[in-house]
Design a protein around this ligand. Structure first.
Ligand SMILES: [Zn+2]
Length: 459
């Protein structure tokens, strides 16, 4: 039996067309007119957009800090698929002194059999040595062709020489490395100074991570990548200062791929200011990089519109406000670092991107699905609606209007960054490899059916 989606508007990066889609098994079998045959299950998508399932290339599920966790792979991917995202790529993290293999085993333990979306991993390198260099090749054989390196966090960051060597190795292997660009050495100094001065409130999380330190790391990365002559990916770009650095390098021909997140487009540093009775509420927005000024919001939207920012991901890393974030009540350096968002990305980018005339539907599909699929080796299996691709399909009714409320969300965390925001659109149906997982906006799959995705980057 086949499923035929009829009467909808199919969106691709090249345009919008009104055609039927016929799904057989896990794949898209046909796209065209009059595809309905006897015994087909028919879904009438009148008035809705049909788009490839979202790909969130930056999540941290089951992200444990000191024994505390909010969203794990089960709740996190459930929230993702409710929000139209059918594939996530999470970060498996090497512990310094440990191996990449150990990190992969640990992440498989967390994820296998527990995901409602398809999934893959990037591998974080926090210990650069001969063994790690060899293991990069092994990871590629495991379907992990993308890695991550930090310029920040004492326990994770690598020095310039190691980054240079890792990039040379990535070039040799055809791998891509993503970089967290903030100067961790200087941030650590600023944090020490803040605490000594008695500056302990959440706002100092932002004050001690100024945009100049993002800009500095980006400039350094661009210099190293130029020496090696290989492409790099920048995760969660947050500031105008950082963007300007990238823009100039890109216009000079540098091969830099850029990701930002909804929080850096829609929220700003005012959120750290104490308001009302609860002076600690800024802790909800303690994430790195921190929120910036509204000028940064504006230029990042511009970057998306003109194609200089290729990907919008979430950096979903959830901790409860009560009982977890409040560990740092008297000291901002103790606040668990990260924020939720996987459920809201697609709606927010539609509402504040397309509906506000900042981007087109075609651009929406690119940043949410097609570009991450292409960059991270999932395309054309995923990231596009075409014959032979996985039937990862969302049917999105754009007329539905709701207000975001933590108490109504699927994410397993006690707040939402966008509480009270209006959002348009409802994912009436979500298909994962041909299986209907969401119907009428509700999960109908009784168990997680997500599969690990072997990825290959073709350069
Ligand atoms: Zn992250």
């Amino acid at each position: 039996m086949a499923v035929v989606i009829t009467n909808g508007k199919i969106v691709s990066s090249k345009g919008i067309s009104q055609k039927d889609i016929r799904i057989v098994g896990e794949k898209i079998d046909k796209i065209g007119l009059n595809l309905i045959r006897p015994n087909d299950e028919i879904i009438d998508a009148e008035g809705s957009y049909i788009m490839p399932g979202g790909i969130d290339a930056h999540t941290h599920f089951d992200c444990e800090i000191g024994g505390i966790v909010a969203d794990d792979f089960k709740t996190g991917t459930k929230a993702a698929i409710m929000g139209g995202t059918t594939t996530i790529i999470d970060f498996a993290e090497q512990v310094r002194g440990g191996t990449l293999r150990e990190a992969l085993d640990e992440w498989n333990e967390k994820a296998v059999g527990k995901t409602y979306t398809d999934y893959g991993y990037h591998m974080t390198i926090s210990d650069w040595n001969e063994k790690t260099s060899q293991e990069m090749e092994e990871m590629i054989k495991e379907g992990i062709p993308s890695f991550k390196i930090f310029f920040a966090y004492e326990e994770l960051q690598l020095d310039d020489g190691s980054i240079y060597e890792a990039l040379k190795r990535a070039k040799e292997l055809g791998a891509l490395i993503g970089f967290h660009c903030e100067n961790g050495t200087l941030i650590d100094k600023l944090r020490e100074e803040a605490i000594l001065k008695g500056n302990r409130e959440p706002i100092y999380h932002m004050e001690t991570r100024p945009p100049s330190l993002e800009k500095e790391s980006i400039a350094r990365l661009i210099t190293i990548a130029e020496l090696v002559d290989t492409p790099v990916y920048i995760v969660h770009l947050s500031s105008k200062e950082g963007y300007d650095e990238i823009k100039n390098a890109k216009r000079g021909g540098a091969k830099i791929l850029v990701e930002t997140c909804p929080q850096y487009l829609l929220l700003n540093k005012e959120y750290y200011l104490p308001k009302g009775e609860d002076s600690f509420e800024g802790a909800k927005y303690v994430m790195s990089p921190p929120l910036r000024d509204m000028e940064s919001n504006k230029v990042l939207w511009k970057g998306i519109r003109n194609g200089e920012i290729e990907v919008v991901a979430t950096d979903h890393c959830a901790f409860n406000y009560r009982g977890q974030k409040d560990i740092g009540k008297d000291n901002f350096t103790m606040i668990p670092n990260g924020a939720p968002g996987v459920e809201n990305r697609f709606n927010l980018m539609y509402t504040y991107g397309v509906k506000e005339n900042r981007i087109s539907m075609e651009r929406l599909v690119k940043i949410i699905s097609e570009n991450p699929a292409k960059i991270f080796g999932l395309y054309p299996k995923k990231g596009v609606i075409q014959i032979g691709s996985d039937a990862d399909i969302v049917i999105f009714n754009p007329n539905h209007k709701t207000t975001i409320k933590a108490e109504e969300q699927t994410q397993n965390v006690d707040y939402n960054l966008y509480e009270g925001f209006t959002q348009f659109g409802k994912f009436e149906y979500v298909f994962l490899r041909g299986q209907m997982i969401v119907r009428d906006g509700e999960i109908i799959s009784s168990k997680p059916l997500g599969k690990y995705q072997y990825r290959r980057i073709h350069s």
